[in-house]
Write a protein that binds this ligand. Structure first.
Ligand code: HEC
Length: 197
């Protein structure tokens, strides 16, 4: 065997090995930083109104006519444009996520309660028609006029088998005078202010 026979083998570089320099430290640091950022951002967003991530506000798709008050506004149109994405066209909501309006004690009870929820928003745990929910409902005061809020409430109180009376614009006016710009309600605050529906 001549020494040249193993020249090819001798030329080979040794198999590369990672040793203890597997993943560069800077990459590990980045992974940890991104993980904290992602989880932190998620936690930071809890309880904030859902704006679809792009900061658009709910468009006012219905031009309000205050002449003739709530009766002149089609509450069904306002419902489809502003509420049905979450509470669904059927008024049944989505189990576990969005509570039903059909058969809801909060909708057909004291109308001042429903006015409060829609004008100011609602968050935290709430029991609706025997189910429990934990979400955030955006406020509509400012996006919808008082007459539009009255019209959409009149609509949901008389749809899907609900049989409760119409809501007058004056009730929404009274709400604004009494509570001004308060934050979102919770179930406990609604009960302590208006009583259990
Ligand atoms: C972004 C989704 C979303 C939209 C849009 C929305 N809601 Fe809600 N709504 C919720 C959530 C979530 C709750 C429950 C909040 C909680 O868990 O505290 C709720 C609760 C309610 C309640 C009290 C509980 C019940 O089911 O009776 C009423 C009344 C209500 N919404 C009416 C409306 C009306 C009227 C509109 C349209 C003007 C509307 N919502 C638009 C998500 C939404």
């Amino acid at each position: 065997m001549s020494p040249d026979e193993h020249r090819a083998q001798r030329r080979e570089a040794p198999e590369p090995e990672e040793g203890d320099r597997g993943i560069p430290k800077i990459v590990m640091v980045w992974i940890v930083v991104l993980l904290f950022w992602g989880v932190g951002y998620y936690l930071w967003q809890i309880g904030k109104p859902m704006l679809g991530g792009d900061s658009r506000s709910v468009p006012v798709q219905v031009v309000a006519s205050t002449e003739g008050g709530a009766a002149a506004i089609d509450g069904g149109v306002i419902y489809n444009a502003n509420c049905s994405a979450c509470h669904q066209a059927t008024g049944l909501g989505i189990p576990g996520a969005f509570p039903p309006l059909a058969g809801s004690e909060w909708v057909i009870g004291d109308p001042a309660i429903a006015v409060s929820i829609v004008h100011d928003g609602l968050q935290g745990a709430i029991n609706v028609a025997g189910g429990s929910y934990m979400g955030v409902m955006p406020k509509f005061g400012g996006n919808l006029s008082n007459a539009e809020i009255a019209a959409v409430l009149t609509h949901i109180r008389s749809e899907w088998g609900n049989q409760a009376g119409a809501v007058e614009t004056s009730l929404v006016d009274e709400h604004v005078t009494r509570f001004a710009e308060r934050g979102p309600w919770s179930e406990a605050e609604l009960i302590s202010t208006f009583g259990k529906p």
